[in-house]
Design a protein around this ligand. Structure first.
Ligand code: GLN
Ligand code: ZN
Length: 764
């Protein structure tokens, strides 16, 4: 019999209960007991609904109040010293590590967060060193297993495996210079053994051990570590289902197949072609194969017939008892249920599956593959076949004009007319910016008034005219402030934008929006990614009226502000019937028109933000070139339509350029602004070493904190920067947009920034 399984479930609750409760706890409005009660109820609801949907292997231990990697660190005593001895409860230490704490005389910043593989989920990075003393402070997997058991539901606990846990960590400050976290493997294994032994004692039959790093190139050199770890663990653990997701195993399957594991899970949504190799490798072993055929990363309805073919192939090779049908990864990256969507059309609803609907999908597929004679199952297959056929039909009704336009893109559309050096002279004459020109990244504080006005307009409590007036006033405030403080290249402040992707998605054809499809980004922060459902095009200018209004208020040059094609794509749920490249090209053409319209409206500097270019990198390095080729090309397609006097800008919120440097140069933006205030000089040396030739604004202060940088501090930053980057190429700007900041610190910080730039000018 083929079993069904779900690898993990969203933690937010159908009505965002957990998010709200956690935030209320932080605000001191909810007690620990009340918070635990909300969490327990949400867990119960998830387990119950998965059981009601006939899922055989239901996860437990995957719930989290903040982040599952942080849960492991807290349980393993991987708690940096700065969080202990503050008189905080264990729960408050946990939250302090996740989000920092500034109250009652305690002031500690948060631990570093990193993107979870290629998703938009962030995990809290474990800090490890030779001094780390692993201890099992509590066993969350056992606790949740028992919680579920108490309501009569047998679950399969989920833990993050030891090799992935260590590799995802980083060397703590006190570690010796060449310290590698993986060197702690022999120290952490006894803790894992204890954890797994306790699970076995609690009656657990099989445990899901996530080892997602097995899909990365670097896992190839960890074969010995894997062999050691799993030999030790399997001797005491319940049956181990080793799970991998988000990409393919490639040659790593050779050593994985030799591990003493009961099962292996592979992602067949991201990497369907790996099935044959994996089947060949595990066939002679006694390993169960869990097929990740229902996507944990996207919201499209599963195509049953494709999944059945894959399942059948696995059954033919291994027999039905050695096959499980599963979600490709945890459903953490999908919203809870389609049932909460009241505004989608019938047709649209029929295209999608959210977490609960996906649970039904795995259960139905398992029943089909087990040869179920239940007429309900036959009906479900028929219904799915019809839905998919309808979707395919819809996909064929492509927008011919858009498709033709993409097909007729010519090479010259990717290039500016002249080389950068020529453009720089022309732009200098046109924009008349001083040396060390000052500017910002785009957004200004999104105050409560702005959010309230937007909400009122959304509910039609105020008219469009009233809302427009309100936004215009906000723009005027921002412009007047920038003039007063003495910035050189102004922005309009982005008050009209709810979000840098949603704002554009809402105005472009081809997108659909949800009301409740929240997906965790980090901690209690959730986003609602738009869904690309068909060919993308622009019916009318999107930002021109705001930018030209802002320009009409001032003699100083105004910078137009757009989100780039790769970022819009990466922060949306993409289509799966056409390539990411085609979707990005369509977005680029729409943005190209916007860029050209802005120029025609008298905007002479235009910024196209691409903060997500880096996170879109495929997990396997051999796939990078292809991605970077189209990603950079589509940025160029979006921006290269303007004349040489118009200055193009781009912005990146990270400082990790080493391995993608040639692509940053190839963007050929006239000016880039990058995160820099928290980075060391190595970053600038990279730019210098490669001979980066265009203008660059390394951020002079961190906008993630309300702290005001002093003029001296900024001057110091500028001095070290100009020792490496030629002064005539430098811009002076903060690290990122100011939307999360208050006005008070914004005013003070920018005044200091301008003063420091002026000083630099005098000494140039
Ligand atoms: N222009 C955007 C802003 O200032 C850029 C945001 C970002 O880089 N994430 O808010
Ligand atoms: Zn940024």
């Amino acid at each position: 019999m083929v079993l069904s399984s779900v690898l993990g479930f969203p933690r937010i609750g159908a009505n965002r209960e957990v998010k709200k409760a956690v935030e209320a706890y932080w605000a001191g409005k909810l007690s620990v007991e009340e918070l635990s009660k909300v969490a327990a109820d949400v867990k119960k609801a998830s387990w119950t609904s998965l059981q009601a949907r006939n899922v055989d292997l239901i996860p437990s231990g995957d719930f989290s109040l903040y982040d599952h990697v942080l849960d492991h660190s807290a349980a393993f005593n991987v708690i940096p010293k700065r969080y202990t001895g503050l008189g905080l409860s264990a729960l408050d230490v946990y939250f302090a590590m996740g989000r920092g704490r500034q109250a009652d005389g305690v002031d500690v910043p948060a631990c570093e967060m990193k993107k979870w593989f290629d998703s938009n989920y962030h995990y809290v990075v474990p800090e490890l060193s030779e001094q780390t003393e692993f201890k099992l402070l509590y066993n969350k997997a056992v606790q949740e297993y028992n919680e579920a058991k108490a309501i009569g539901i047998t679950t399969r606990p989920v833990i993050l495996g030891p090799v992935s846990y260590l590799v995802l960590g980083k060397a703590a400050k006190e570690a010796s210079p060449n310290f590698q976290p993986i060197s702690l493997l022999s120290k952490i294994l006894p803790i894992y053994k204890q954890l797994l032994e306790e699970l076995k004692t609690a009656g657990v039959d099989s445990v899901q051990v996530d080892e997602p790093i097995l899909v990365l190139d670097k896992a190839a050199s960890l074969d010995k570590e894997y062999a050691t770890a799993y030999a030790e663990l399997s001797s005491v653990a319940p049956r181990i289902m080793l799970t991998t997701y988000f990409s393919r195993l490639d040659s790593n399957i050779n050593f994985i197949a030799k591990l003493p594991i009961a099962g292996l899970h592979i992602d067949l949504c991201r990497a369907p072609n790996q099935l044959d190799d994996v089947l060949t490798a595990i066939k002679p072993k006694n390993i169960v194969l869990s097929l990740g055929v229902v996507s944990g990363r996207n919201i499209w309805k599963c195509d049953f017939n494709t999944a059945i073919k894959q399942g059948q192939k696995a059954i033919n090779a291994l027999g039905g008892d050695r096959v499980i049908v599963a979600t490709s990864s945890s459903l953490l990256h999908t919203p809870v249920t389609l049932a909460s969507e009241k505004k989608l059309t019938h047709q649209q609803k029929d295209w999608f599956s959210f977490a609960l609907e996906k649970a039904t999908e795995v259960a139905t597929l398992a029943a089909i593959l087990s040869g179920s004679q239940d007429p309900k199952i036959a009906a479900a297959l028929e219904k799915n076949t019809a839905s998919i056929a309808k979707r395919r039909e819809f996909e064929h009704t492509s927008d011919d004009a858009v498709r033709k336009r993409v097909a007729s893109i010519t090479d010259d559309m990717y290039h500016r007319k002249n080389k950068f050096a020529t453009r720089m002279d022309l732009q200098a004459k046109h924009l008349k910016l001083p040396r060390f020109p000052t500017t910002t990244i785009g957004s200004f504080p999104q105050t409560n008034e702005i959010r309230t006005a937007r909400a009122k307009f959304g509910k039609k409590d105020i008219s469009e005219a009233e809302y427009e007036d309100f936004i215009k006033k906000e723009i005027e405030t921002v412009v007047r402030f920038q003039e007063k403080v003495g910035l050189d290249l102004l922005v309009h402040g982005e008050a009209e934008r709810n979000d840098m992707v949603q704002y554009f998605g809402e105005q472009l054809n081809g997108f659909v929006f949800t009301q409740n499809a929240w997906v965790q980004s980090y901690g209690s922060r959730y986003v609602r990614p738009p869904i690309i459902v068909s060919d993308v095009s622009r019916s009318a200018p999107m930002t021109v009226r705001w930018s030209s209004y802002a320009q009409s208020l001032t003699e100083k040059p105004m910078k137009g502000m757009l989100t780039g094609p790769v970022t819009i794509l990466n922060w949306s749920f993409p289509r799966e019937d056409v390539s990411r490249k085609l979707q990005s090209q369509q977005l680029a053409l729409a943005l190209r028109d916007e860029v050209i319209d802005l120029e025609a409206a008298g905007i002479s500097a235009i910024q196209v933000d691409e903060p997500a270019i880096r996170e879109g990198l495929p997990l396997r390095r051999s796939d990078w070139d292809e991605y970077l080729q189209w990603a950079v090309d589509t940025f160029k397609l979006a921006t290269a339509g303007v004349s040489d006097v118009t200055q193009t800008h781009s912005h990146f919120c990270y400082s990790d350029f080493d391995d993608i440097f040639p692509s940053i140069q190839r963007l050929d933006a006239d000016v880039i602004s990058i995160e820099f205030s928290k980075s060391d000089m190595k970053l600038l040396h990279t730019f210098q070493q490669y001979g980066y030739s265009n203008q660059i604004g390394p951020g002079v202060y961190d906008i993630h904190s309300p702290r005001v940088p002093s003029e001296e501090e900024i001057t110091k930053r500028l001095d070290t920067t100009r020792a490496i980057i030629p002064a005539h190429l430098m811009f002076v700007n903060p690290d990122c947009g100011l939307k999360t900041r208050g006005w008070k610190e914004t005013e003070a910080s920018l005044a200091n920034l301008v003063a420091a730039a002026r000083k630099a000018r005098e000494s140039a």
